[in-house]
Design a protein around this ligand. Structure first.
Ligand code: ACO
Length: 429
């Protein structure tokens, strides 16, 4: 099968590609060479930038699968570390592989004293995502033998590098929280991943934080829900930076920066700020909904809409259900949950949102659970980054392992000035 493009009187034929889920694409790699044209696709919404075997997403039907496994099944039966292994290595681990992976993560969680000194250079109020990105980049400099910018060498150490990245991003995230609170750092213990994260954040020097199972379970679910999401802004950034030959840590640091924006990972913070200000104003959300319909980007209903999901975000369904039961189990009644539910109900009846297919996304309820677990709002996006690290790592690995890989280099339509002659400064108006 092929696709024909007619420009003036000339016809050009391009092969058609089909993915394993029947996704179709026109292979336009020779378009510019053959025709002199490029496709204009601002935001790349219709552009396949890569072939990937990690995650399948069908936004029209609300389907999300990692390595073939539906997100609903992983949410029900798996846990974050196992899903991380699946996403990175392509298969669910057997008992031996799972144990080995867990051990490697436990051995890699400590942040070396020299690296700890970097924290002192940041004020207490430093934005957590800026700190995370800087310190993850510093990991590459701290382990130069694992981050050589030579794919062949870096891939030889991949298992260790990936474990260091996942485990230390978690520890660094917790250290950023403690730095912001002026608290001393805790050292990782021989604990499961999520218990360790809670210990690293909330233990006191002579009083260990002991997580109740509901809290660990909820944190596990939230991290798992964020573990990967196809070619989103941060993952594509990781691939783009990686495509230049950059090592894993440098690529992850770039992905963390991409995630920090309010339209991407920063949305969970924006949702809580929105819910809080509705609460503080004593409004029921109606005024926010009206303002959001004005079309201004700064007034959007945060946690609503998604670049690819057009019916529902399956992660939002799972997290929305978990939200109720986690709060009930913890005996917490949060007025922000009531406001969120009211907003959702009102928006889903409103023609503006219905006609534009705007539904709650993963960030709409996740913040309420994070808050119930005692995690402050300014740390939500860091939690997202800890959860997303396996997806970024798997995508970097695909780039690094592809012998036919090319550097990512999109084109543009130039809309600036045509050629003109230089004018000396005293002759300028
Ligand atoms: N509130 C109000 N209107 C919205 C919203 C919203 N949250 N989202 C989209 N719209 C409107 C747009 O203004 C546009 O209206 P128009 O057709 O009259 O111009 C229409 O819906 C279509 O929106 P798009 O621009 O096609 O949406 P896009 O795919 O570019 O953006 C995005 C998706 C960025 C997620 C957007 O919906 C948004 O800003 N949502 C709020 C922020 C948010 O929750 N981000 C988290 C996303 S999930 C994640 O990254 C983990």
């Amino acid at each position: 099968m092929s696709a024909l493009i007619k420009i003036d009187d000339k016809e050009f034929s391009f092969p058609v590609m089909t993915g394993t889920e029947g996704e179709k694409a026109i292979d336009a790699r020779s378009l510019r060479k053959d025709t002199g044209y490029i496709f204009f696709d601002q935001g790349y919404g219709n552009t396949g930038s890569c072939e990937s075997a990690v995650t399948f997403l069908d936004g029209d039907n609300g389907i999300l699968r990692h390595r073939g496994y539906p997100i609903e099944q992983l949410a029900a039966h798996s846990e974050f570390v196992e899903t991380a292994y699946l996403i990175i290595y392509g298969e669910l681990p057997n008992a031996v592989q799972r144990k080995k992976f867990g051990q490697l993560l436990r051995q890699s969680g400590h942040v070396e004293t020299q690296l700890q000194e970097i924290f002192a250079g940041f004020p207490k109020e430093a934005p957590p995502m800026a700190m995370l990105s800087s310190i993850v980049n510093a990991l590459g400099a701290h382990f130069p033998h694992l981050a050589t910018n030579d794919f062949e060498k870096d891939l030889k150490n991949f298992d260790l590098t990936a474990a260091i990245a996942i485990s230390k991003i978690r520890t660094i995230g917790a250290m950023i929280y403690r730095h912001s609170q002026g608290l001393p750092f805790m050292h990782p213990k021989d604990l499961p991943f999520c218990d360790n994260l809670l210990h690293l954040m909330f233990s006191e020097p002579y009083q260990d934080y002991v997580a109740i199972p509901e809290v660990t379970k909820a944190l596990n679910l939230l991290l798992l829900m964020h573990a990967d999401h196809e070619q989103n802004c941060s993952t594509s950034t990781v691939r783009m930076v990686g495509s230049s030959g950059a090592n894993l840590f440098t690529s992850l640091s770039a992905g963390i920066n991409a995630l920090s924006g309010p339209l991407h990972g920063g949305a969970n913070v924006a949702v809580m700020q929105m819910l809080q200000s509705i609460h503080d104003e004593g409004d029921d959300g109606s005024r926010f909904i009206e303002a959001a319909k004005g079309g201004s980007k700064s007034n959007r209903l945060m946690g609503f809409g998604h670049a690819v999901y057009r019916n529902f975000d399956p992660r939002a369904t799972i997290i929305g259900q978990a939200c109720d039961s986690v709060l009930k189990k913890l005996g917490i009644s949060d007025p922000l949950l009531d406001i969120a539910k009211h907003l959702e109900e009102a928006a889903l009846k409103d023609d503006y949102f219905v006609s534009r297919k705007l539904y709650p996304n993963v960030d709409f309820y996740s913040g309420i659970i994070f808050r119930a677990l005692g995690i402050p709002t300014n740390m939500f996006t860091v939690m997202f980054a800890i959860g997303r690290s396996p997806g970024w790592i798997a995508n970097w690995k695909e780039v690094a392992s592809n012998p036919k890989g090319r550097i990512y280099r999109p084109r543009q339509i130039f809309t600036g000035s045509t050629p003109r002659d230089y004018v000396l400064i005293d002759q300028r108006s």
